[in-house]
Every structure is written in structure tokens, then in C-alpha cells.
Ligand binder design. Structure first.
Ligand code: UFG
Length: 332
């Protein structure tokens, strides 16, 4: 029988998709979430929700022991690049200091495997694109640095204690569960595809394009958009890989290895909805690199990962379906 997995941030966007992927694969799951940015409705009724902060060590350690947790998937954290520039200490607190506390709890309670939500923002402005895992890590915003610091802690902790880890460096996560069981529910979200589908459904007047003078083919920012359910599936494979070889750690890019510009994303939204959303050109946002595309050969070589939704229109379509459902769940 499979041991229990604890998912921090399991009531949030990516975490709630990982909970479904684990549950669909037969893993018992316990969620820890303080519900500051997560939603109770995102946690399935048959999954235990511990409403607590990840740095509340007595509560976390009681849960780890009670459920004999074998692995932690750690999603809880703050994720908005421009906010991290305005308020760096929030990011070093939520993403770095609280991760340190959680890792300490994991070590104390004998948790064997740790999977960490890292980010392409650890690379800063890559010199070579697509960017490889061994490229220089020179974050250009506190968000990326706060996550890189946690990767470094995990590397040192895994060398010193009987725990192994996988850090997945996510590129731009978008879309929603194909069965519309969960999705991105954050009000006032800043992520491009989320913002664009809100605009398409009349929840916003327009979409701002932050910068048209980047060194990219059409001048707008280029990103490697990955479907959240493909990303969730990668976490289940990461867990299996950590269990199969306890002496091995993994730090892996998680993207599709191709990029779309802001203009191309907005074109896709127009295509899928058969409408034209209002676009307004604005200045660049603080901390935004021109282009971030993954070299994903390493994850494809190590895990039997077969992305099922690597199509921009499918990603947009699923994001739209969830946005419509959200309107029913939470009428404006
Ligand atoms: N953008 C717009 N208008 C918007 C929102 C975004 O033009 O309203 C542009 C941005 O300038 C950028 C691109 O769309 O060029 C994507 O921006 P997002 O805010 O959607 O995402 P980021 O690339 O800033 O960051 C996201 C996650 C990070 C992660 C990073 C990795 O928030 O956690 O992807 O690539 F690290």
C-alpha cells in the first residue's frame, strides 16, 4: 500500500492539481494550507485539510507523525514576481525561511522524500535559450532568489540527512484540470493567461501588454507556457523516482521547450473565444526577463513524462472552462 504524502499549498492553484494527480494515482494525501491564498473548495472532500502555516512546527510535526508521511510536496509560497521586487522580505520569509522550517520538520520526523516547487526565475536572464539546468543561476528578482536559496538548502540537507529531494523548476504554469475539478481561482491574479481569460469573459476591461520593446521576435515577452495537469503529473513521477533511488536527487526544468509571446497568447485567446479582447500597451514590469524557455531534455530522459496538453489553444480552452465554472461557484 502506498504511504501518505503531505501536500503544502494543496488548496492553491498548482497544489490542488497535484492533490488530484496523487489521488487519481492511489496515494493517500493530507493537505496543509493556511488558506491565505488557497481555497477550501479546492480540496476534495475525502482529503484531510490541516489548516495551518507550514512554519507551525508543532502542528506540522504532529501531522507528519500521525499520518506516517513518507513524502512532502511543497507548493506553499508566494509567487508574484513584481510583488517580490516591492516586498522582498515577504518572499524571503514565505519562500525561504518557512521552507527552512518545514524542511527541519521533515528531517526531524523522518520524512524520506521532498519535492519542491522551484522556478525558471532562478535563472534570471539566461544567456542561452532554451535554458539548461546547469546554466548560471542569477535571479533578477527576489522571488527567484528566494526559491534558489531553498534549492541550495535542500541540496545541503539531502547530503547530511536520510532524505532525498526533487526541485522542479516550473516555467509558466497555466490552464486547469481538463475535468474542471479545480483551476486558478485567485482573485486579482496577475498571470497572463488568467488575466486574458478574465478579460474574454468580461471580468476585466482589457489586458495590459507590459513592454513591446524586448529583444524578442515581436517585442513582447516570451514564455514557455505549461499545462498545470502535465506539471502535476511530473510531480507524481518525481515522487516515484525519489522512492526508486533514495540516493539520487533531481533538479529539473519543467516546461515544454518552446515559447509564445504575449501577443501570441492573446491571439490564442481571441481564437479560442472567437472574440477580440482589448489590448493596451504599457511599459515594462519590474523584474521581467525578455524570454524564458526550458530545455526539457533532462526531465524527459529521467522520468517517463509524456505531456498530454502541450498545445496553447488547449491550455487556453481549459483555463476558460475553469473561469466559467468559477463564475458559478463565486458569482461576481
Ligand atoms: N504579461 C503581460 N500582461 C499581463 C500579465 C503578464 O504582458 O497582464 C506578460 C509579462 O510581462 C510576461 C508574460 O506576460 O512577459 C508572463 O507574465 P506572468 O505574470 O504570467 O508570469 P511571469 O513570467 O512573470 O512569472 C511566472 C510565475 C513565476 C515563474 C515564472 C517562470 O509567476 O512564478 O513564470 O517563467 F517563476
Amino acid at each position: 500500500d502506498k504511504p501518505t504524502i503531505l501536500v503544502t499549498g494543496g488548496a492553491g492553484y498548482i497544489g490542488s492539481h497535484a492533490v488530484l494527480a496523487l489521488r487519481d494515482a492511489g496515494w493517500p494525501v493530507v493537505v496543509v494550507d493556511n488558506l491565505t491564498t488557497g481555497f477550501r473548495f479546492a480540496v476534495p472532500d475525502d482529503v484531510t485539510l490541516v489548516e495551518a502555516d507550514i512554519a507551525d512546527q508543532p502542528v506540522i510535526e504532529a501531522a507528519l507523525r500521525e499520518h506516517k508521511v513518507a513524502g512532502i510536496l511543497h507548493f506553499a509560497g508566494s509567487i508574484i514576481v513584481p510583488e517580490s521586487v516591492e516586498n522582498p522580505l515577504k518572499y524571503y520569509h514565505n519562500n525561504t525561511a518557512k521552507s527552512r522550517s518545514l524542511i527541519e520538520s521533515a528531517v526531524r520526523c523522518g520524512v524520506k522524500h521532498f519535492i519542491f516547487s522551484s522556478t525558471a526565475a532562478t535563472y534570471g536572464v539566461p544567456e542561452v535559450s532554451p535554458v539548461r539546468e546547469d546554466s548560471p543561476k542569477l535571479p533578477i528578482n527576489p522571488y527567484g532568489m528566494s526559491k534558489l536559496m531553498t534549492e541550495i538548502m535542500l541540496t545541503d540537507v539531502a547530503a547530511a540527512h536520510p532524505i532525498n529531494f526533487c526541485a522542479l523548476r516550473y516555467f509558466n504554469v497555466a490552464g486547469a484540470d481538463p475535468q474542471t475539478r479545480t483551476g486558478q481561482s485567485t482573485a486579482g491574479a496577475t498571470h497572463l493567461i488568467k488575466v486574458a481569460v478574465e478579460a474574454a469573459l468580461g471580468k476585466r476591461s482589457h489586458v495590459s501588454i507590459f513592454g513591446t520593446d524586448f529583444d524578442t521576435p515581436d517585442g513582447t515577452g516570451v514564455r514557455d507556457y505549461i499545462h498545470v495537469s502535465d506539471l502535476a503529473a511530473a510531480h507524481v513521477l518525481a515522487l516515484e523516482a525519489l522512492m526508486a533511488d533514495p540516493d539520487r536527487n533531481h533538479i529539473l526544468n519543467c516546461g515544454y521547450g518552446r515559447g509564445f509571446s504575449v501577443a501570441e497568447v492573446l491571439d490564442a485567446v481571441d481564437r479560442v473565444t472567437n472574440e477580440k479582447i482589448d489590448r493596451r500597451v504599457e511599459g515594462r514590469r519590474a523584474g521581467d526577463p525578455p524570454s524564458l524557455i526550458s530545455d526539457n531534455r533532462e526531465i524527459l530522459a529521467r522520468f517517463p513524462w509524456k505531456p498530454a496538453y502541450a498545445d496553447l489553444d488547449v491550455i487556453v480552452d481549459h483555463a476558460l472552462a475553469w473561469e466559467r465554472k468559477l463564475t458559478e461557484l463565486r458569482p461576481a
